[in-house]
Design a protein around this ligand. Sequence first.
Ligand code: SF4
Length: 517
Amino acid sequence: MAYEAIWAADTSKLNKMELVKLEKDGLDVIRTIIEKYAHEGYSSITPDDMNLFKWAGVYEQKPKDGHFMMRVRVPSGIMTTAQARAMADIARDYGRNLVDVTTRQAIQFHWLTVEQLPDIFNRLEKVGLYSYEACGDCPRTIVGNPLAGIDKDELFDTTALVNEVNDFFLLNRDFSNLPRKYKMSISSNIYNSGHAEIQCLAFTPASKVIDGQEVLGFHAWVGGGLSAKPHLAKKLDLFVRPEEVLKVAIGVTTIFRDYGYREKRHHARLKFLVADWGPEKFKEKLVEVIGEMPSLGEDRVVGWTAAYFDGVHKQKQEGLNYIGLSVPVGRLSGDELSELAEIADTYGDGHIRTTVSQNIIISGVKDENVDKALAAKVLERLTPNPKHFMSRTVSCTGNEFCNLAVVETKERARAVAEYLDKNVELDEEVRIHFIGCPNACGQKHIADIGLQGALVKTPEGMVDAFDLSVGGILGPGAKFNETLKGRVKGDQVGPVLEQLILFFKENRGPEESFHQF
Ligand code: SF4
């Protein structure tokens, strides 16, 4: 029995969104936008269809006055300069010249209207890009190693694999009605550039001796995720050859689709099913779906660099370099993106790469062209040599545009980083993440210092404030940060973090870094 039939048999326990999805597949809204709403306008959109706009990669922006936010999938964060230029043009023509790099390596626009969406979908498709299923209860942008193919620290190039899995799931109606959002990462970088432990399904580099030969492949992790109840993913007792990644991805996604919880929306992520079943039962079910697989091999992840690449670095190809640029709190202009495309075409290999740390990399720069590339004016702001705190500050969208936000985050995060760079000298970077609500798009749980927006009552009324957590890390020894007592008012965040970091500086042991403190 197909999963719709299972749920349609007894709809009494389904949450409201499930009933909407049983009436209309989320992907159908794309056609409705193009054929109806783009002509009839914002006021003609029904509430149910507005909920399904996510499948087109589109959300209503705050305040709800007819403007939209759009997210565009960039698998593994790797795009061509033609794609970057198309997105820069969309931002300039329709999105008030604003481009955000997200913590899933995607690109986000704001200020769009429903009338503009068909042209934007068209422009994206012409260069092989899609906003479709960048949001919604479906497989989202596949996160990966932005350095795939050029990385000295990868076991092998994962570009084709990511594209294969992306192409299989994109617009695939067998998997367009999952219980909730579904996040995958595929990376063979030994420093965990795909943030494996916080994904619904992640593939990390591994090796195994099979028939006397060392085979390079992956380990598979399931059930990670953040939000109000964060879970670290669990490793399955499997060794996955590269050619079996798609099969495993289909198997895990099938289990989530057919057995994932659909009663309470906040309880519908894969992490809750994995927590209830445990990795052993999950593996048994997976083997039923896809057949026997070899057991675990040797983990090849040796640490975690939090996907930071700033500076000039040698590629695995002799004579070539990549330049990691800092994009303060992940925000740049369409003009800047277009200038980066110019640098990538003139001095690089025609690619621009986005990172889960909300930054950008230009690749394929010959030794003799590095200085010329570095001299570009746009790199004065998007610098490869950023100040410590600005370089490691991540922020979600916050209440500037997000309807779920409790507080403003992006501009505040930028101002706090600037304050710390001015007032605190430290010989190491401290990763600071801001989120505007418990949904945790800015991944505060994995930060050295995580700040989650909240409100506090003062004599003057309710004001923006933040809960502070410290000590998050991924890779071997992964753990989420722990929340400290008390709440800090928004205008006090800079001085309070200054005191916290100075306390660390004065009391740390020899060679002790912030996350070990
Ligand atoms: Fe919006 Fe909350 Fe996500 Fe921030 S964390 S972008 S406030 S949903």
